[in-house]
Design a protein around this ligand. Structure first.
Ligand SMILES: NC(=O)c1ccc[n+]([C@@H]2O[C@H](COP(=O)([O-])OP(=O)(O)OC[C@H]3O[C@@H](n4cnc5c(N)ncnc54)[C@H](O)[C@@H]3O)[C@@H](O)[C@H]2O)c1
Length: 305
């Protein structure tokens, strides 16, 4: 199939591109490289350096004859969304709409949108939220992701574009950036491998659903042919920052204790996901345990040093 991957030079997008190319698809990447990296770009894919908000997307769709689009390009820094919500909305809502309009115009059959389960439900109760729980993002980044989810609903019902939203937990693994949602893994790996101080903000008991990149790619591949609507994509288990620190300490042999600092304002205490729907509809569940995923991530960061 001819497939467009927006954000295909980024952490998650580049892994999706690699898998699609490996499976024999013809892939085009649309990425402005605002945070993406040239070295992540798969050489067998066609690369277009373009902003998803640009009118140039029209000719990319016209010549690409895409059967499906994976949409990952985004402003995805929560703090930036707070300091500049207009830029955040422009990229995440207007940029996304520009793609959906092109899907309508050029008859693209499937649109897979990568949203965020980490911010969608706000502060979570002890029961992990399913997709049926009313979303309550507490930052403009979550608001803009949610807005595009609603547009998907409209385009899916009215213009025959089959739409799937994957609300990812906190993704970690090779190529991840310290600034991403699961940035703590990359930050801790970097500090531990260079023997510098590891800082934990708050008491370290704040929990997230940390999911390894290969499992996320598997869910995306299934969504290419199956499913409709919204799916949480996580492990279903919540792990604390102290857990991440302890496990990485064991793997790297880091000898120092963490330095605890005051909590960062606005940070969630509890973010977790019920992933039953993805198993039921897509036949997907995360296969990689935390220790195994962190070991692979540490190997990657070691090879970069
Ligand atoms: N990393 C996580 O834990 C996580 C969790 C949930 C959801 N997500 C979502 O996954 C997607 C990918 O995130 P990532 O962690 O790989 O981040 P990333 O920054 O590595 O990737 C984003 C890519 O989008 C590109 N981009 C940004 N704005 C663009 C624009 N206007 N036009 C064209 N390209 C643009 C960047 O250059 C980059 O290559 C994002 O949509 C993000 O919201 C990530």
């Amino acid at each position: 199939m001819n497939i467009l991957v927006t954000g295909g030079a980024g952490f998650i997008g580049s892994h999706i591109v690699d898998r699609l190319v490996g499976d024999g698809h013809r892939v085009t990447i649309a990425d402005s490289l605002v945070t993406g990296k040239k070295e992540n770009i798969n050489r067998k894919a066609v690369f277009r350096k373009v902003d998803i908000r640009s009118g140039k997307m029209d000719s990319i769709f016209r010549s690409g004859r895409f059967g499906a689009v994976f949409h990952l390009a985004a402003q995805m820094d929560v703090r930036k969304s707070v300091s500049d919500p207009i830029y955040d909305a422009d990229v995440n809502i207007m940029g996304g709409l520009n793609l959906l309009e092109n899907c309508r115009k050029y008859g693209v059959g499937r649109f897979i949108f990568i949203s965020s389960g980490g911010v969608m439900y706000g502060e979570c109760a002890s029961d992990p939220p399913s997709e049926y729980v009313y979303p309550r993002p507490l930052c403009p980044y979550g608001d803009s992701k949610l807005a595009l989810e609603f547009y998907l609903n409209f385009y899916g019902s009215n213009f025959g574009v089959k739409c799937v939203t994957l609300r990812l937990g906190n993704v970690y693994g090779p190529r991840q950036d310290p600034y991403g949602e699961a940035g703590v893994v990359a930050i801790f790996c970097g500090a531990m491998l260079s023997g510098t101080e590891v800082k934990i903000f708050g008491d370290g008991e704040q929990v997230r659903d940390y999911i390894y990149i290969d499992d996320v790619v598997d869910a995306n591949m299934l969504a290419l042919n199956r499913g409709a609507g919204i799916y949480n994509v996580g492990t279903g288990k919540s792990r604390s920052v102290n857990d991440i620190f302890g496990t990485l300490k064991k793997i790297t042999g880091f000898a120092k204790e963490a330095v605890y600092e005051s909590p960062r304002p606005g940070e969630l205490n509890r973010s977790c996901l019920d992933v039953g729907r993805a198993f039921k509809d897509l036949g997907w569940r995360a296969e990689t345990g935390l220790e195994e995923g962190l070991k692979k991530t540490v190997e990657y960061f070691k090879s970069k040093n």
